[in-house]
Design a protein around this ligand. Structure first.
Ligand code: SF4
Length: 439
């Protein structure tokens, strides 16, 4: 049987889809990237915003029409929305064949076989707080950057976030299992790994913490670049900053969600840090790694956010000057604490605040990119540029897409590039030295 997976949401979901591909392939299923060839279509869903759920429900309805000329087609829903809604999804769309929660991915082959045999709706969303998918290695879909999950779940219960309810409590994978996976991806040619977790800074396995894990990954020969997401500011230690600065392969980039620039709002979000603490971390990061790029997530219009509190967020953004910020207007998620707060902000105000943040960040990002002109950067070439087949594109260590003249022979190689221009969110440059594949 051929399966097709459509993935929504964060990198964790992309990584889970790769894990599921591996589980299904071991059971003789064949992966296809063509919808019209598929016997099974799986939607790996996201619950983080209502809009994300509505979108996927619309997509499922579209694809279910395929059953008219392919009655044997099976359609399944997995991921956070599957975990959150479970069997209710069958009420939303009675043509869905199976629903599988985030801790039950090992059961997907069995569920598909049973669904074919019995021709009835099946669901398994049992929560298993110990499931870490030990010794199950994903089929990595990219060629250059591999996502490696180091932990699952979250214990933080930020009041706006659905993740702890859908993905369960935090648990870390064993260091040995992670190192094995990173070595494996290095051996098949990936040189850039991104370690994934809802809060990597609280990684802990048998008293080994995240900085210790990073140090060990830094020793793996075949891997040349290491990145990680997401870092929770409350758990970011001085040790981590030191290891980042001292480890040659750890890239000069950190994604550090701010969410709000006001202490009262942070408290009501249950973020566990103050703005003073956050600014102190940024200071230390920049002192230790002057070239570090810092990106963030920010929510505009959290319940009860006053004009003054919003202004503080705006001012902090101006002060920190992020390389990039993912800005969102607050969206209540049913089942979270903040959704029940009685002081919700009107939609038009949330939108206005969001637009203000977007505009500010656009000007900061533009200036940041302009600042790169004249610098020399190491680019890991990943592809031919979309705009010209005489140019290649890749990423710098500080996660900036850079385009320069070159042929496909450079793909997979590291090249020193002098930055000559910045066009929007893309740097342009000239190759000055090919470093090779750095093996
Ligand atoms: S740290 Fe907060 S925002 Fe991040 S996943 Fe956990 S609860 Fe959600």
């Amino acid at each position: 049987m051929k399966f097709y997976i459509e993935t929504y949401g964060c990198q964790m979901n992309i990584s889970d889809s790769e894990l599921i591909s591996s589980i299904l392939s071991k059971d003789q299923f064949i992966h296809t990237t063509k919808l019209n060839e598929a016997d099974v279509i799986i939607f790996n869903t996201c619950s983080v915003r209502k809009h994300a759920e509505d979108r996927v429900i619309g997509r499922i309805a579209q694809e279910i029409s395929r059953k008219r000329y392919n009655p044997n087609l099976k359609i399944g829903v997995i991921g956070c929305m599957a975990q959150r809604l479970g069997e209710k999804l069958h009420n939303i769309n009675g043509k869905i064949d199976f629903v599988v929660g985030v801790d039950q991915y090992k059961k997907i082959p069995e569920l598909i076989h049973n669904s074919v045999e019995k021709d009835e709706f099946l669901s398994n969303t049992i929560v298993d707080h110990s499931e870490i998918y030990h010794e199950l290695y994903p089929t990595h879909s990219g060629k250059y950057n591999a996502f490696v999950t180091i932990m699952r779940g979250c214990n933080n219960f930020c009041t706006y976030c659905i993740v702890p309810y859908t993905r369960g409590r935090e648990r870390s994978r064993s260091i040995e299992d992670i190192l094995r996976e990173v070595e494996n991806v290095g051996n098949i040619g990936f040189k850039d790994v991104t370690l994934l977790g809802q809060n990597v800074n609280s990684y802990n396995f048998n008293n080994k913490n995240f900085p210790e894990l990073l140090e060990q990954i830094n020793e793996i020969d075949s891997i040349k670049r290491i990145r990680f997401v997401t870092s929770h500011p409350k758990d970011l230690s001085d040790d981590l900053i030191k290891v980042m600065a001292d480890s040659e392969k750890v890239c000069e980039h950190i994604h550090l969600p701010l969410q709000s620039g006001d202490n009262d709002v942070l408290k009501r979000m249950k973020r566990g840090y103050t703005i003073e603490h956050y600014l102190e971390i940024v200071k230390k990061l920049r002192e230790n790694m002057p070239e570090i790029a810092i990106t963030t997530d920010i929510i505009a219009g959290f319940p009860g956010e006053t004009d003054n509190q919003f202004q503080k967020t705006y001012d902090v953004m101006k002060k920190i000057k992020y390389d990039y910020a993912f800005t969102f207007k607050y969206s209540p998620r049913e089942g979270t604490k903040a959704a029940d707060f009685t002081n919700q902000i009107q939609e038009d105000i949330r939108l206005k605040r969001l637009q203000k943040l977007i505009k500010l960040q656009e000007s900061i990002t533009l200036a940041k990119y302009q600042d790169q002109i004249g610098k020399t950067k190491e680019i890991y070439v990943e592809k031919i540029s979309k705009k010209s087949d005489k140019e290649v594109a890749g990423k710098s260590r500080d996660f900036k897409i850079t385009v320069f003249k070159g042929s496909k022979n450079l793909i997979g190689k590291f090249v020193k590039v002098k930055i000559t221009d910045a066009v929007g969110w893309t740097l342009k440059g000239e190759s000055i030295q090919e470093i090779g594949d750095r093996r």
